[in-house]
Ligand binder design. Structure first.
Ligand code: PAF
Length: 283
């Protein structure tokens, strides 16, 4: 596996591959790779001749300086994992490589970006769109892979591809969970052992809410999740929204949509975690 740090070198290599008719898959990441990322890369390796995994902690998508500073960085271990899975290139640019000048582009993905993460983290999705579009221009992949854990991000990237007319197939991959149910996240490594234990309430509650939903209204199910989280000390709920899986707008009746997903964001101590669960449709 090659480790490449500049867009120039990356493009030169990929031009040669394209000239040979090879297909290119891209897995954008911020590093601190775990089994969730591994599942994206494994799928990309199966479906493409060449797989580029970008490792870049993108400053423009962080609206909290401490979160950016504390974000785990484990480049050596990441590259070892990617090499084992069979990625072709780890693209690990410096900030100045991706942002030689300030990126002043302003995207609008309304109404997808005005709810949930978009409402709680102003500017976050603009930063995601800035970096993902730059990666798409640099790599020009045939397919790009994103995890469904970042459910709203996936919807926004699909919308960005539509708006900017990229000829790239976006592949959403299922959430990978720890054995006990916690959704895999690079941020899990920042949890203390007690916080890690408390964080289990998230997936337990979401799974329990599927059972609850069978005999309850949507609003009762939403209240069930909110109460379970609010009654767990050390967890601070930011939102639990039950939304239409395509428009991401809140729904209030199960009959309102064929595709319904519950999305949660909360603080476990100082660490912000997200997760989601599908109630209906979306195959
Ligand atoms: O999901 C992530 O890790 C990031 O938001 C992404 C897509 C790599 C952009 O920085």
């Amino acid at each position: 596996m090659k480790i490449i740090n500049t867009i120039k070198e990356l493009k030169a290599m990929l031009d040669t591959c394209r000239a040979k008719g090879e297909s290119i898959g891209l897995v954008p990441t911020m590093g601190a790779l775990h089994a969730g990322h591994a599942s994206l890369v494994e799928r990309a390796v199966k479906e493409n001749d060449i797989v580029v995994v970008s490792i870049f902690v993108n400053p423009t998508q962080f609206n909290d300086k401490n979160d950016l500073k504390n974000y785990p960085r484990t480049l050596e271990a990441d590259c070892a994992m990617l090499e084992k899975i069979g990625a072709t290139v780890a693209f690990a640019p410096a900030v100045e490589e991706m942002y030689p000048t300030e990126d002043t582009r302003q995207f609008s993905f309304e109404p997808l970006d005005t709810v949930m993460e978009g409402a709680c983290r102003p500017g976050h999705f603009n930063g995601v769109a800035q970096i993902v579009s730059k990666l798409f221009y640099a790599v020009e992949p045939h397919k790009a892979y994103f995890g469904e854990k970042d459910f709203q991000q996936l919807a926004i990237i699909r919308e960005m591809v539509r708006q900017l007319q990229f000829n790239i197939k976006i592949i959403g991959c299922p959430i990978v969970r720890e054995q006990d149910g916690l959704a895999m996240s690079s941020r899990n490594t920042l949890l203390s052992p007690e916080e890690r234990h408390r964080a289990l309430t998230i997936s337990r509650t979401l799974f329990a809410s599927i059972e609850k939903a069978k005999g309850s209204s949507l609003n009762e199910t939403k209240a069930f999740v909110e109460n379970e989280i609010n009654n767990t000390s050390g967890l601070e709920l930011e939102y639990y929204q039950i939304v239409d899986g395509n428009t991401l707008q809140p729904v209030s009746e199960w009959e309102e949509s064929d595709y319904i997903v519950g999305c949660i964001a909360l603080f476990c101590g100082k660490i912000r975690l997200i997760d989601n669960i599908k109630y209906k449709g979306g195959e």
